[in-house]
Design a protein around this ligand. Structure first.
Ligand SMILES: *[C@@H]1O[C@H](CO)[C@@H](O)[C@H](O)[C@H]1NC(C)=O
Ligand SMILES: *[C@@H]1O[C@H](CO)[C@@H](O)[C@H](O)[C@H]1NC(C)=O
Ligand SMILES: *[C@@H]1O[C@H](CO)[C@@H](O)[C@H](O)[C@H]1NC(C)=O
Length: 474
């Protein structure tokens, strides 16, 4: 690792620490409320807990040898194969020169690959990648659950994630221009292309879409701006969709310096090289720590690594798989561009779902108005099922409620609060019981929609079974 990078990380850390301290001791709430359109669901809290330290230490003691084996491979395709499933990579080239790689899991022991399986695409959150869907061990993660149920599962990797970093002329590690894209590129160029590719490869006419966090914002933006996309998606499952947040109480969002729309924003983008990089743990590598080990050591795992996640996303020690924590730390984070993150901050301040704010002069060129317009979701015709967590400090229940009011009522087919009060933002991909609390419900709904389709095709049914799923479960 280069000295420059080390210095950059250390100074960023120092800066962040200074800012944190400063914010804590200054008139913090007053400052925020002057900028924000809506009230936080809860005041800022660093949700740290040592309640499970003893249990964690016991687990680490008992499983010292197995801890390493949870990290099978850094490569997603290898990892999928090692765990007994059939995997392949599919690459496509966008019109602006990005090579995108989608990982396909076409079958496994319980459901060997065959023609005619219904495709399901899983779209990850920001600064994460397709690998986040196979974090949980065994077959209880969402990807393998769906493969075992007979579906053809595709893991999206948006441009900028480690599997999708090639470009015809730009080098992601050297050229800041590579990272000059915002959510509109992901939703109007990449998503329709990727969906087309999957439909072509599988010969299917429709696809189910499950997303976590920003993957859901990409979908809703795409459905709003590319009307044809609505015809290809049979139903969508939105896990913690961050489209209308503003009531979140996440420390990153609350403590982030007020540089939006200022000169400092550009300085920061340049300083970071246009990207947010956690792959492969650039931060610890920069400090000279062997990343393979850092969260396997018991003193790190039980109290530091776990609390880092709790502080950032909400504490849920009961659902934390301490045995799998080193793997969680490796597979959850990847890399992404800064602009979608800044877009997130803009959404947070607007408390609505506007397009990316390029600054007034560029906005006029792009949108014909100095302020970015809101995404117009009135034309969406894809059935939507929303899942949100009570203890999610990024997408709070109030934020979920705002999304609910913004999508066409007719197409909101389910609005579920996960039945675990501490369910946080990342629990959707890491929680021990995510299968029982979320995945099985998704699988059941897809199964029911598929059964209804068969019955519609044969015209053997006489009641609209689809409307039954309209019930709201709280
Ligand atoms: C799927 O994987 C299994 C086990 O690795 C292998 O035996 C089988 O041939 C694979 N099927 C296809 C179609 O690749
Ligand atoms: C949103 O789109 C619909 C058509 O889908 C259109 O009728 C309506 O005027 C649009 N609303 C805004 C505010 O642009
Ligand atoms: C509708 O379903 C009921 C039983 O569920 C059946 O008795 C009836 O014949 C069906 N009607 C038609 C038109 O298929």
């Amino acid at each position: 690792m280069k000295i420059k990078t080390k210095l950059l990380w250390c100074s960023s850390l120092l800066l962040l620490a200074t800012l944190c301290a400063q914010k804590y001791f200054s008139n913090f709430e007053g400052f925020r409320s002057s900028l924000k359109q809506c009230a936080p669901y809860k005041p800022l809290q660093l949700d740290i807990t040592f309640s499970h330290r003893k249990e964690c230490l016991k687990i680490v003691c008992e499983s010292q040898s197995t801890a390493e084996t949870h990290i099978n491979s850094e490569d997603t395709i290898d990892e999928i194969k090692i765990r007994g499933y059939n995997a392949s990579s599919h690459t496509l080239l966008t019109k602006d020169g990005y090579y995108l790689t989608t990982h396909r899991i076409s079958g496994g022991i319980n459901s060997p690959p065959r023609k005619g399986k219904t495709p399901v695409v899983l779209y990850h959150g920001h600064i994460s990648a397709g690998a986040s869907w196979i974090i949980q061990p065994g077959s209880r993660n969402l990807a393998f659950t769906l493969v075992d149920a007979g579906y053809d599962v595709w893991l999206a990797n948006s441009r900028g994630t480690s599997p999708s970093q090639k470009h015809i002329s730009l080098d992601a590690n050297k050229d800041i221009d590579y990272w000059n894209f915002d959510m509109a590129h992901l939703s109007t160029i990449d998503l329709p292309l990727m969906i087309d590719q999957i439909l072509q490869e599988t010969g299917s006419e429709k696809i189910y879409y499950v997303c976590h966090s920003m993957g859901c914002a990409i979908l809703l933006a795409g459905l709003s701006d590319v009307p044809e996309l609505n015809d290809n998606i049979e139903a969508s499952f939105l896990l913690a969709p961050p489209t209308h947040y503003g009531s979140n109480y996440n420390p990153i969002f609350l403590l982030f310096p007020p540089i939006l729309g200022t000169l400092w924003q550009d300085v920061w983008i340049r300083l970071m090289g246009g990207r947010l990089n956690t792959e492969p743990w650039a931060f610890t590598t920069a400090l000279g720590i062997n990343t393979k080990q850092v969260c396997t050591w018991s003193f790190m795992r039980c109290g530091i690594c776990d609390n880092l996640l709790f502080a950032l996303f909400g504490a849920d020690p009961e659902q934390m798989d301490y045995n799998n924590l080193p793997n969680i730390m490796r597979k959850l984070m990847d890399s992404g561009a800064i602009k979608p993150f800044l877009h997130g901050l803009q959404i947070n301040e607007a408390c609505a779902f506007p397009k990316y704010d390029h600054g007034s002069s560029q906005n006029i060129l792009e949108y014909g108005s100095s302020k970015p317009p809101l995404y117009n979701m009135t034309g969406i015709t894809v059935p939507i099922y929303v899942f949100y967590g009570e203890n999610d400090n990024l997408v709070s229940p109030w934020d979920a409620e705002r999304l609910r009011n913004a999508i066409p009522e007719k197409f909101l087919r389910g609005f579920y609060k996960v039945e675990w009060p501490k369910f946080n933002h990342i629990d959707f991909v890491v929680a021990k019981d995510a299968d029982i609390l979320v995945y099985h419900k998704i699988r059941h709904i897809i199964q029911k929609l598929e059964d209804d389709n068969v019955c519609n095709l044969r015209q053997e049914c006489n009641s609209s079974t689809k409307s039954e799923t309209n019930a709201e479960v709280k």
